[in-house]
Design a protein around this ligand. Structure first.
Ligand SMILES: NC(=O)c1ccc[n+]([C@@H]2O[C@H](COP(=O)([O-])OP(=O)(O)OC[C@H]3O[C@@H](n4cnc5c(N)ncnc54)[C@H](OP(=O)(O)O)[C@@H]3O)[C@@H](O)[C@H]2O)c1
Length: 218
């Protein structure tokens, strides 16, 4: 399955390398593809480079990994036939970068009554969005080196799309926890706020979530 990565920041580059490692053909997209040439030679060996539009055409499955504040605009600028009916892994977080965090707590552009993913799912009803990878630092997205397998919380309206994403997460070293439909992004997106508090306060980004269940019923 060809993977088109819309976004060339830390997340786009990390996931591009991860998909390449696990045998997927990848094109990574940027507004300025030429700036990725060096990266591609050094670290992204084998990744094709293109514009956002070219990456979205190349990918049978897409990864949306651009700055949260511009993510909707970026999707709107893609040709609609490029994304129609495709699975889009939504890694974004709707962080309001115009505001300084309050004692380590980020501001969001959304409230707890909505989420970024619901906005884009409503705007692009045929696209099969699956929220994933938004609640961990990019350094740990692929082959996370923790004592036990961390949990990636995912959600989305299309069960087949979620099955595909669960398969990818398992290859990348995660256990996936399906939290249901798109509305659950209201809870999954803010996990990034909690994740970032130790990072912003103490430069400690080395952690991931794990859902624990009892070995016997109480
Ligand atoms: N960094 C992490 O550890 C982490 C973890 C989980 C989730 N996330 C989320 O993942 C997303 C990507 O994060 P990131 O850290 O890789 O990088 P980022 O700096 O949030 O985003 C970089 C990407 O956004 C694009 N971009 C920036 N401004 C733009 C504009 N005005 N118009 C169009 N595109 C624009 C850049 O385009 P160019 O390619 O043209 O430069 C680049 O592809 C974010 O939503 C973030 O919240 C990040």
């Amino acid at each position: 399955m060809n993977i088109g990565i819309i976004g060339s920041g830390e997340v786009g580059q990390t996931l591009a390398k991860g998909f390449l490692k696990y045998g997927y053909p990848v094109m990574i997209g940027s507004r300025s593809p030429s700036k990725l040439e060096d990266w591609s030679k050094r670290k992204g060996m084998g990744a094709a480079i293109g514009t956002f539009d070219q990456a979205s055409e190349f990918g049978e499955l897409l990864v949306l990994a651009v700055k949260g504040q511009v993510a909707k605009e970026v999707l709107e600028e893609l040709k609609s036939e490029r994304i129609q009916d495709k699975i889009v892994i939504d890694v974004t977080n709707p962080i309001d970068e115009t505001k300084t965090p309050d004692n380590g707590v980020l501001h969001f552009t959304t409230s707890l009554e909505s989420s970024f993913m619901e906005e884009v799912q409503n705007g692009f009803p045929s696209v099969r969005f699956v929220k994933a990878f938004n609640s961990v630092s990019s350094a740990y997205m692929v082959d996370p080196p923790f004592e036990s397998k961390p949990t990636m919380f995912i959600c989305g309206n299309d069960n087949t799309a979620k099955e595909v994403v669960v398969g990818i997460l398992e290859k990348f070293g995660w256990e996936a926890e399906d939290m249901g439909g798109v509305e659950s992004a209201r809870a999954i997106e803010p996990l990034s706020m909690l994740l970032c508090i130790p990072g912003i306060l103490r430069n400690d980004w080395s952690h991931a979530y794990k859902l624990l269940r009892p070995s016997s019923k109480p």
